[in-house]
Design a protein around this ligand. Structure first.
Ligand SMILES: [Zn+2]
Length: 347
């Protein structure tokens, strides 16, 4: 078996401070072993993270939650009258447990569904239970089946989520989305292309090799739940990034209830950890190859990242020109230290 190479390029930056002392910073540029993209770990600017991320302003969150509740279209008393219904599916809205799915009123793709995860208007990150997450993922997966059967052309699908305004949510009420169209998403296309090249050149599935290697090294391996392998990536593309690799499944429709429960359970633990470390906002995305197409090289991948904290005038520390225009990520906490903390929450 070929070993995956984890390349770190260490550089130093020296500056003369106002008081004429010399400050030296260690910078670690990391190369993503699959895509070759760079991420930079700068532990020296950790205090800057505290300054920019700050602490969530719970008084503000509480006020916003109370103010928005009465007019919230996702709350149970408004949901049936305020949300849209599917135009070309047999069921006009879908339900699983306490989760409801219906079309996004402002679609950004030919098919876009929203799943309201819970009747509760607001959840702290430690309140996203495995059940809440499972029901949300499950109802969106049922949407994917229905939409695909009614229009097989819409074979590129992604389940995603934005929680709280710093993550891009327009409503506070916990919800996820499913986007389906006939064009693959940029980043998934890149991952698929690189995975295919790796498979062709090395004769094995990159993700299987990655899980095997990370599991044996242990530094970034977090745990295993129901067919899902959790780890922190060597060169993260987002803050506090954690990934779940679903080996042997290359597209969403291959995911069964057991795997969805694994994803929900692992995600619940990651969000609990975010909560414990003073975070309040996150994004997720669950990637898939073309629906109905079983490939040797790709595996479904769930990514979760933290976003700036909910507070007035929050600083978008993770959205300056490095990320937006240079496509590079700067981190202050190493993926290894995050994995060490997270492991304690996984069985
Ligand atoms: Zn609500």
């Amino acid at each position: 078996m070929v070993k995956i190479r984890f390349t770190r390029i260490v550089r130093k930056a020296k500056i003369l401070t106002g008081s004429n002392s010399v400050e030296e910073y260690r910078l670690e540029h990391r190369v993503d072993p699959l895509t070759g993209r760079l991420s930079t770990v700068c532990p020296g600017i950790k205090e800057k993270r505290g300054l920019f991320f700050g602490k969530p302003d719970w008084t503000l969150v509480k006020t916003l939650a109370e103010e928005s509740k009465a007019s919230c279209p996702f709350c149970p008393e408004n949901l049936q009258s305020a949300t849209a219904r599917f135009y070309n599916l047999k069921k006009k809205r879908l339900r699983f447990g306490k989760a409801w799915a219906f079309p996004n009123l402002y679609p950004r793709a030919e098919f876009e569904a929203v799943a309201v995860l819970t009747p509760r208007h607001f959840l702290g990150l430690n309140q996203f239970t495995p059940r809440v997450l499972y029901e949300g993922l499950r109802v969106l997966l049922e949407c994917a089946w229905e939409a695909w059967e009614s229009k097989p052309r819409l074979k590129y699908a992604c389940i995603g989520g934005n929680y709280l305004f710093p993550a891009g949510a327009s409503l506070l009420h916990p919800h996820f989305q499913l986007i389906m169209r006939d064009l693959q998403f940029n980043y998934v296309k890149e991952l698929s292309r690189c995975s295919e090249a790796y498979h062709r050149e090395q004769g094995e599935n990159y993700w299987e090799a990655l899980v095997k290697q990370e599991k044996s090294r242990g530094e970034r391996f977090v745990g295993y739940v129901n067919g899902t392998y959790w780890l922190t990536p060597f060169a993260p593309q987002g803050m506090d990034e954690v990934q779940a690799v679903v080996l042997g499944k290359s597209h969403l429709l291959e995911l069964d209830a057991c795997i969805l429960k694994g994803l929900a359970s692992g995600l619940s633990k990651v969000l609990k950890y975010y909560d414990e470390t003073g975070l309040s906002s996150f994004n997720i995305a669950l990637y898939s190859e073309a629906l109905g197409v079983k490939t040797e090289h790709f595996t479904c991948l769930l990514r979760v990242i933290s976003r700036p904290n909910m507070r007035e005038n929050y600083t978008n520390f993770d959205g300056w020109y490095a990320q937006k225009l240079l496509d590079e990520t700067v981190l202050v906490d190493s993926p290894e230290s995050r994995a060490a903390d997270l492991r304690k929450l996984f069985p």
